[in-house]
Write a protein that binds this ligand. Structure first.
Ligand code: PRP
Length: 216
């Protein structure tokens, strides 16, 4: 019997994890007790299929994949864009669809038309910088925050924010609106480029199964 090496998957902790695990289950890859909220175990092994899984903080997933500590990662396009790692984006899973937007009070729309040096609060400074500097040619001050970004324009930290909008209810409940759309987002499968060459058959087979499952 051949001793295939383990293929390692890095999955994002949080809301995407559940949907990703359900998808893997549908293509015949159960990931075991990884779903158990009480477990403190960090790594889960499917011996039969020679696969290993671990959950990591979103922004760390591309790091594990770039260094080859994980062969494959499942992570949002927002994080892929922000982290800008050397990874191969292989498949759009169409899960966790949402949009990266510039948001703020409706009155801030005017500030986006000209060359005003406004303040932009965001968890995604690289995406915000690229959007304002390279796409809009507007020089702005980027303020990095780590969560509850919608607070910033309400308490006067910034004029606008660059953030994820899914249902839009956080904006609505806080009197904010979408002012401009930066790009659509969804979960992607990212692969380490060396793994893609060395384990091409296994990884391609897996990508095909995932792709068929989301199309079907
Ligand atoms: C995200 C995002 C928005 C919210 C959008 O925050 O930053 O705040 O979800 O979702 P909605 O359009 O459906 O209301 P998350 O809940 O991930 O937490 P965070 O504020 O700590 O980033």
């Amino acid at each position: 019997m051949s001793e295939e090496r383990y293929l390692t998957f890095a999955l994002c902790k949080g809301r995407l994890a559940k949907q990703t695990l359900a998808l893997f289950e549908r293509i015949g890859i159960p990931c075991g007790e990884i779903n158990d909220p009480d477990t403190r175990k960090l790594i889960f092994v499917n011996e039969e299929l020679r696969l290993r899984f671990f959950l990591a903080k979103g922004p760390d997933v591309p790091t594990y994949v770039e260094y080859g500590a994980a062969d494959i990662g499942v992570v949002g396009k927002d994080i892929i864009m922000e982290e800008n790692r050397k990874i191969y984006e292989a498949l759009d899973l169409g899960l966790g669809k949402c949009r990266m937007c510039v948001c703020g009070p409706a009155s801030a729309a005017e500030l986006l038309k000209g060359q005003e040096r406004i303040r932009v609060a965001t968890k995604y400074p690289n995406i915000a910088k690229d959007y304002f500097y390279n796409q809009k040619n507007q020089t702005v001050e980027i303020i990095k925050l780590n969560g509850s970004i919608e607070l910033a324009p309400i308490v006067g930290l910034s004029e606008v924010i660059v953030d994820i909008v899914e249902t839009g209810s956080t904006l609505r409940e806080n009197g904010l609106v979408v002012l401009e759309e930066v790009c659509p987002l969804s979960a992607r499968v990212a692969v380490n480029p060396v793994s893609m060459r060395m384990e091409n058959e296994r990884i391609t087979g897996l990508l095909q199964k995932l792709s068929a499952c989301i199309d079907g």
